[in-house]
Design a protein around this ligand. Structure first.
Ligand SMILES: *Cc1c(COP(=O)(O)O)cnc(C)c1O
Length: 387
């Protein structure tokens, strides 16, 4: 089986984790802050908070931005469910903005249209989660301009996008958003097994997320709301969670971070090779924004079903039966049973639904060989009746 994604673990990663196992701290030690500083410096953000998943990072980012009962969070329907669920965790309601058929990201024109209407109806969103699908950055300048006009806050869900650039700057530097979130799940660009990070340039947001990550409890006198009783004293000033990352995970992260640029470069080289090898097939290869550099977490093709000989399902099944670990990223979130329950239905976001009927993610990971890639392409040609 050629998987759609796979981590790369080298001896230096194993040594780094082993060193933590033999040290004094398995959690709440020096390595988590080292990982945080490493990522913050790499991407150019003021603050970075490591947590146990990107989902946790999205949750505390929403809470820190004040999202709560009666508020709205908007995101793209083509994303992992976590980008929307974080709004529900906070008691907010969730709505979606249809995708741009070229980038597959939340469409800024559709966003503006929806904002105009929402303003009339008095239900403007408090938070918009911009998802950089496959690593390709959203049109952040346009979304940021709309945020200024309509007063919403922006979270970049950059779970696919660490190491990528938007207009010549690393994603995560916060130029166009309030908080950026990275995921370190093993299929993502770098891994800590499970793990995530929230980055911001806003001191107050960072401080709130810091409290929310660990029970809302602090030993820092400057954050306390009543006089400390003595040197043993800690205070709970918020209702927080245990979303901490362990030292083992952070050690893996520090080690993986050293190879980030290499991973992204390899992913881009493999993607360019796919572009060439697939050029003559009735399908659409991923469009790339000329002023950005994608992290290339995923390589998604869209089948041209009008001219093709097979259905989407047949192509998918044929590839799977030949040991090609194709996947579908993603089933539109609004069509999930849990979201249909809230009133969403087929036809609500037609461009996202059209994408869903045609999209297939081909295997792409940094240790993929050209031989494996040729196997994928040969199987795809066969599946499409073009062998
Ligand atoms: C993977 C992913 C998440 C969740 O990441 P975890 O670290 O597994 O919680 C959120 N959003 C997107 C777009 C993702 O791909």
């Amino acid at each position: 089986m050629i998987p759609y994604g796979r981590q790369d673990i080298q001896q230096q990663d194993i040594d780094a984790v082993m060193a933590v196992l033999k040290s004094d701290f398995l959690t709440q030690g020096p390595v988590v802050p080292r990982f945080e500083r490493g990522v913050a410096e790499k991407v150019g953000a003021r603050h970075a908070l490591a947590v146990n998943s990107a989902t946790s990072a999205l949750h505390i980012a929403c809470l820190a931005l004040g999202l709560g009962d009666g508020d709205w969070l908007w995101t793209s329907p083509i994303t992992f469910v976590a980008s929307a669920n974080c709004g529900l965790y906070c008691g907010a309601r969730v709505d979606f903005v249809d995708i741009d058929p070229q980038t597959y990201n939340l469409c800024p024109v559709a966003l503006e249209r929806k904002l105009v209407q929402a303003e009339r109806e008095g239900r403007l969103p408090k938070v918009v989660v911009a998802v950089h699908l496959c690593g390709q950055p959203c049109d952040m300048q346009a979304i940021h301009a709309l945020a200024e006009q309509y007063g919403f806050r922006i979270i970049e869900d950059a779970s696919h996008a660490i190491g990528g650039e938007y207009r010549g700057e690393y994603i995560g530097n916060g130029r166009y958003s309030d908080v950026t979130v990275f995921s370190f799940h093993p299929v993502k660009i770098i891994t800590t097994a499970e793990g995530g990070m929230a980055l911001t340039n806003d001191d107050a947001l960072a401080q709130r997320m810091y409290l929310l990550r660990s029970h809302g409890v602090t030993r820092d006198a400057s954050l306390m709301t009543q006089e400390p009783d003595g040197p043993w004293y800690y205070q709970q000033v918020e209702l927080g969670f245990n979303y901490r990352m362990t030292e083992l995970q952070a050690a893996l992260g520090v080690s993986q971070l050293e190879r980030l640029d290499e991973y992204v470069a390899t992913r881009n080289a493999l993607a360019a090779r796919y572009d060439d090898l697939l050029a003559d097939l009735p399908l659409t290869t991923p469009w790339q924004h000329p002023e950005s550099y994608s992290g290339r977490h995923l390589y998604v093709i869209r089948l041209d079903l009008d001219g093709g000989l097979v259905s989407h399902r047949q192509a998918f099944e044929t590839l799977r039966s030949q040991g090609i670990g194709v996947n579908l990223h993603y089933i539109p979130v609004h069509l999930q049973p849990y979201y249909r329950q809230m009133g969403f239905a087929e036809g609500d976001f037609p461009k996202a639904e059209a994408y869903y009927r045609e999209a297939i993610s081909l295997p792409l990971f940094p240790t993929m060989s050209e031989e494996q890639q040729d196997t994928v392409v040969a199987a795809l040609k066969q599946a499409m009746g073009r062998a």
